[in-house]
Design a protein around this ligand. Structure first.
Ligand code: NI
Length: 136
């Protein structure tokens, strides 16, 4: 597993048109987001998901979910949001959440570069930033 203490400038971030749908469809692992772009202090990521991630929160970062394909349920302690293809939702910073996909779902994420995959929690699904920066 590649682990590096410093993150090199990403060759895959050279400006070019990309299709988030195509990248998501090419992913082979579930719950393993990949960085496809950056917007100032935030990364744009795509992921293929199935089943449940894990309950967690991001103390200082909002997290945007946009559904490229399929459906995603975002469970939170105060409410549950059901997202269909083409819909988006922002989980506010500090709010505990658990994304769940009953069937394969492709998502686009926008989140600050400091955002940890599973926030304050470590699980076997947790992916490091270095892993998320690997070329697809
Ligand atoms: Ni999260």
């Amino acid at each position: 597993m590649p682990v590096s203490s410093t993150v090199e400038p990403q060759e895959n971030l050279v400006p070019q048109a990309i299709s988030p749908n195509t990248v998501a469809a090419a992913l082979t692992e579930f719950w393993s987001p990949r960085v496809v772009g950056e917007v100032d202090e935030s990364y744009v990521k795509v992921a293929k998901v199935l089943g449940s991630l894990t309950w967690h929160s991001h103390q200082n970062e909002d997290e945007l979910f946009y559904i490229l394909k399929g459906r995603l349920r975002i469970e939170m302690e105060s409410e549950i949001v059901e997202l269909a293809e083409g819909e988006m939702f922002v989980v506010p910073k500090g709010v505990r959440h658990n994304p769940v996909a009953e069937e394969e779902c492709h998502i686009l994420l926008i989140e600050r570069k400091t955002t940890q995959h599973t926030g304050d929690v470590k699980s076997d699904k947790t992916r490091s930033l270095a892993e998320q920066l690997r070329p697809v």
